[in-house]
Structure formats: C-alpha cells, structure tokens
Design a protein around this ligand. Structure first.
Ligand code: FE2
Ligand code: FE2
Length: 245
C-alpha cells in the first residue's frame, strides 16, 4: 500500500495545504491525534506487565504530549481555527483517542495487538510527514516543526517494529493483525471524508433552500393585526422581561 498511499498523500497535500484556512485545521487535527496517542500510551504505562516496555511507553507518551503542544503552537501562529471547526474536531476526540465505552485502546486490544496498531499508525505518520517535508508544505516554520517531530516518530516506529517482529518470531499472527489495522485506518479515513463532505453538502443545500424557498417569502410578507408584532423599541431587556411576568 506504500506506493498508492504516497501518491494519494502527494496529491491530497498539494490541494489540502494550499486552501486558505485548511492548514490550521489539519494542524489542529494533528494536535488532537497526538493528544489521543498520549492518552493511549499513558494507558499502556498503567496496564503493561512488561517493565522494559513501561519506560518506552512513558517516553512515547511524553513525546506525543510535546508534539500536541508543538502542533497547537503552529495552529496559533497561523491564525487559529474557527470555533465551529474546533467544536467539530473536539466532538470526535474520545473516539479519536481510542476511548470507546470507557475502555482505552490498550484495554480493548491487549498488548500485542496494541503494539501492532502503534507500529502501523506510527509508520503511516512517518510516511505522511516525509511527503510533506519533501514537498516543503505548508511553510518553512511548520516544516521545521515536522522535522523535529519526525525524529521522535522514527523512535516510535523502531521500538514498536522490534516488538512486532519479536511476537511474529514467536508464532503470533502479527501480519494479519497489521493488515486489520491498516484497513481499519482506511475505513476511518473514508468515514472522516464522508462526515466532512456531508457537512459541506448539508450547508450548501440549506443555503440553496434558503435563497430559493425562504428568502422570496420575505418580499411578500406583511405584519397582520392579531399576528406577530415588531418588538417595542427602547426599554431594557430586563424591563421587558418583568412586564411579561
Ligand atoms: Fe507524535
Ligand atoms: Fe508517534
């Protein structure tokens, strides 16, 4: 899937990073994803029985917390995101962070599955950042931030790959597990795309309906005796409220 994904990332990044306001939204989504990864790793620190991995999980969690702060800093430097967009991103935060039904990803998957998920997600992130850096997108300062983050992501890939290879050598079905996670990520990407597309189409059709159906009525609308009345001008809102009580 590497070649197809790289080609898709190249095309998508050329479009996505150049639409005004879009870089901030993408970077805000990255910041949330990093925060979600930090929560996943803290859960792994709490639940793992393997002492040597606990240290790695903890370092990984600290890295992801730092990445979330760095991405949030870039969002602010580029002018921030609108409140509606921030709310839309925030609304999916628990699910994006892998917390479903009160259970963290580690609790739901178990350690081996969790490590194969980490490896797939981190390898995808490395591939994605390398495409952006190669295309020098979206701007030099963000690229410098990405290059800084990329060093940590390479560590995340290398230790999770070592663990996946160790489990595979012990006869565990890790190839199947990784294939499952890869396809789940494709499916989740599709769901995100359809959610955004649906929101835009909904806004578009409501706008069209307003202009063609609702707005023309205003031209013919008249106030009638006994019907709705214009509010009285003057007087405080508090006075008006007291008169109604
Ligand atoms: Fe990260
Ligand atoms: Fe990472």
């Amino acid at each position: 899937m590497g070649l197809v994904r790289r080609a898709w990332l190249t095309v998508a990044s050329e479009v996505a990073w150049r639409i005004p306001g879009r870089p901030q939204r993408l970077l805000a989504a990255f910041a949330l994803a990093e925060r979600g990864s930090m929560l996943d790793m803290l859960s792994a620190v709490e639940h793992t029985e393997r002492r040597e991995l606990r240290r790695r999980y903890f370092r990984h969690a600290l890295d992801e917390a730092r990445h979330a702060t760095l991405f949030a800093g870039r969002v602010r430097a580029l002018g921030g995101v609108g409140r509606a967009e921030a709310a839309l991103e925030d609304s999916g935060q628990l699910v994006d962070a892998g917390i479903v039904g009160g259970q963290t990803l580690f609790e739901r998957l178990g350690e081996e599955e969790f490590l194969s998920f980490v490896y797939v997600a981190e390898a995808d992130a490395v591939e994605q950042f390398e495409v952006y850096l190669r295309r020098r997108l979206p701007d030099p300062e963000t690229c410098a931030t990405l290059a800084r983050i990329l060093k940590d992501e390479l560590f995340h890939v290398s230790y999770s790959r070592t663990e996946v290879e160790r489990a595979a050598a012990a006869g565990r079905p890790m190839a199947l597990s990784m294939a499952k996670h890869r396809w789940r990520r494709v499916w989740q990407g599709w769901l995100r795309f359809t959610r955004d597309f649906g929101a835009r189409m909904g806004g578009l059709w409501l706008g069209v309906a307003y202009l063609t159906v609702v707005a023309p009525f205003r031209l013919f609308a008249r106030l009638e005796p006994g019907g709705w009345q214009l509010p009285e001008r003057g007087g405080s809102t508090l006075d008006a409220a007291r008169r109604e009580s």
